[in-house]
Ligand binder design. Structure first.
Ligand SMILES: NC(=O)c1ccc[n+]([C@@H]2O[C@H](COP(=O)([O-])OP(=O)(O)OC[C@H]3O[C@@H](n4cnc5c(N)ncnc54)[C@H](OP(=O)(O)O)[C@@H]3O)[C@@H](O)[C@H]2O)c1
Length: 245
């Protein structure tokens, strides 16, 4: 008689924001390859994608509700990846500069905070462990170009928020991880490199190349599924040694 093997634990369910392209799509694909159930989000509804424009202050609440519905009531991991990288020249009009600043902070930081809060409360109410993974940026430590005050400020805020979540809820099994990529070869980075003189920027990266979305996805998958709980609060760099803390 063979001994029945113990039932395998249910596959974790992961909400990945900004999963339509770039780093988020790579993260979603990598998680699925590991057996996770992935709920994908983008700014607009699409096949297999929950749409929510995170520039709208009410969108994170609707997204969380719809994602829980799609997941059957339980989400184990939240990956805050959606982000906007749009130049905001200092000589824009006062109101245009302010609007652009607030849009970027809302999409890149406030929406991630709202979703993290819903996730933490979900895990607290149900009494089970959960993980947040925040895709921040090297800019959060190093700063960014003169047209990207807002982007650097939002990513710096995300790193501080992540540390606060890690310290606040570790005793309840709620963990938080952050990733700080440098340039990563997506549409977002391509536009930036082109606007800054292209390949010349590579001279600042000792590795000699930008990161790939798959490299960031490998780190995100580790944080979402594998990282030991003692790593909570950590921030993992991926920048080819262009900024060494
Ligand atoms: N690429 C880099 O060099 C780099 C470096 C450091 C950090 N990061 C960070 O990594 C993350 C992903 O970047 P990426 O390069 O993969 O970007 P990307 O290719 O431009 O994709 C951005 C993703 O975010 C979503 N998104 C953008 N604005 C949104 C909004 N208002 N509402 C809802 N969703 C929105 C997009 O959805 P739609 O497709 O529906 O528009 C898309 O899925 C971002 O947080 C970014 O700041 C990127």
């Amino acid at each position: 008689m063979t001994t029945p093997s113990p039932a395998s634990p249910p596959a974790p369910t992961v909400l990945v924001t900004g999963a339509t392209r770039g780093i988020g799509a790579a993260i979603a694909t990598a998680l699925e390859a590991r057996g996770a159930r992935v709920v994908r989000h983008g700014s607009r509804v699409g096949p297999g994608v929950i749409g929510a424009d995170l520039a709208d202050p009410q969108a994170p609440q609707a997204l969380w509700r719809d994602a829980l519905g799609a997941a059957g009531g339980t989400i184990d991991v939240l990956v805050n990846n959606a982000g906007l990288f749009a130049a905001n020249p200092l000589d824009a009009s006062d109101i245009a500069w302010l609007d652009a600043f607030e849009d970027t902070v809302r999409i890149n930081l406030t929406a991630a905070a709202q979703l993290s809060r819903f996730a933490v409360r979900h895990w607290q109410e149900r009494g089970f462990a959960g993980r947040c993974v925040h895709v921040a940026s090297r800019a959060g430590y190093r700063g960014d170009s003169p047209a990207h005050w807002h982007y650097a400020a939002a990513k710096g805020g995300m790193i501080a928020m992540h540390k606060t979540i890690a310290r606040g809820y570790a005793a309840q099994g709620i963990l938080s991880f952050a990733i700080t990529p440098g340039f990563t070869d997506t549409a977002m980075a391509g536009n930036y490199l082109a606007s800054r003189g292209g390949a010349g920027l590579l001279a600042d990266i000792p590795l000699g190349r930008v990161a790939t979305p798959d490299e960031i996805a490998t780190i995100a998958t580790f944080c979402a599924l594998d990282a030991p709980p003692s790593m909570t609060g950590t921030t993992i760099d991926a920048n080819g040694a262009s900024y060494v803390r």
